[in-house]
Ligand binder design. Structure first.
Ligand code: CTP
Ligand code: MG
Length: 260
């Protein structure tokens, strides 16, 4: 990693265009209430508090006027000299939504943090660790935490075992080598654009298996550096996650950034 004393001009793409099927609230996840606000507003506050982007590009479900209005209100609250807040419509997959955000970045941007609105409580320290690694010369940086469960690979059973259970274990991954990966993921903009450009040509099955941006950079063969994430950066996916997030906001110590 080469050393550099100045931070690259950085933007944040906040992807919030998902439908929130697994949360089951009957509305886009970004609009779901959290701690007296919405998931989207918590995510935006975290980015602004971290002070990591001169532009924040929010990617929303197409045609969602309510979420657009929330962004307009949030923009009006931003202090003079604060980040430029832009809003675009997302696509059918997360990768499509990221591409829509990247296409709306202002011309001089050199680095980008891609963040899931679903990780509404990411501590500032995580943004800073990712941004610092980018400033030090990394082209791709992801935050990650240790895996607490034992993780096994499985396959559908065949033959006699089929009546016992639908799956059998095919292997146990060495836990010390595994990491649970979070966002914000930071990239040199040119590297991420090249990775997404290459992904446009992936076969449908491979495209469906793309769950984060770092995977696309890995496919290019570039090094992806790992910094420490935080268990508070949980991705609000299921109703249990929402209960945990509410608990973090209301709990002991004011619920604020117990773990940085
Ligand atoms: N996302 C997006 N565009 C999509 C799909 C997902 O911007 N077409 C965003 C989500 O808004 C979320 C992040 O990507 O902030 C991670 O996705 P996920 O947690 O899966 O959210 P949803 O897709 O909304 O949830 P679900 O899969 O349960 O429907
Ligand atoms: Mg999803």
């Amino acid at each position: 990693m080469s050393e550099s004393s100045t931070s690259p001009l950085t933007a944040v793409v906040l992807v919030a265009a998902g439908s929130g099927q697994r949360l089951g609230y009957g509305m886009p996840k970004a609009a779901v209430p959290l701690g007296g606000d919405t998931i989207l507003i918590h995510a935006l506050r975290g980015i602004v508090a971290a002070g990591v982007g001169s532009q924040i590009c929010v990617v929303l479900p197409a045609g969602d006027d309510g979420l657009r209005a929330l962004c307009d209100d949030f923009r009006a609250e931003l202090a003079d000299g604060g980040p430029l807040l832009t809003v675009v419509s997302g696509g059918a997959t997360r990768a499509d939504s990221v591409r829509a955000g990247l296409a709306a970045l202002v011309p001089d941007v050199e680095a980008v943090l891609v963040h899931d609105a679903a990780r509404a409580l990411t501590p500032e320290a995580v943004f800073h660790r990712v941004a610092s690694a980018l400033a030090a010369g990394a082209k791709a940086v992801i935050p990650a935490i240790a895996v607490v469960d034992t993780v096994k690979t499985v396959a559908a059973t065949t033959g006699t075992a089929a009546g016992i259970a639908p799956e059998v274990v095919t292997g146990t991954a060495p836990r010390e080598d595994l990491r649970a990966v979070q966002t914000p993921q930071g990239f040199e903009l040119a590297t991420l654009l090249a990775a997404h450009q290459a992904a446009v040509n992936l076969p449908a099955e491979a495209a469906a298996a793309v769950t984060d941006d770092a995977m696309l950079v890995e496919m290019l063969g570039a090094a992806v550096h790992v910094v420490r994430g935080s268990s508070q950066s949980l991705k609000i996916t299921t109703p249990l996650d929402l209960i945990l997030a509410e608990g973090l906001l209301e709990g002991p110590l004011g619920g604020r950034w117990v773990e940085g």
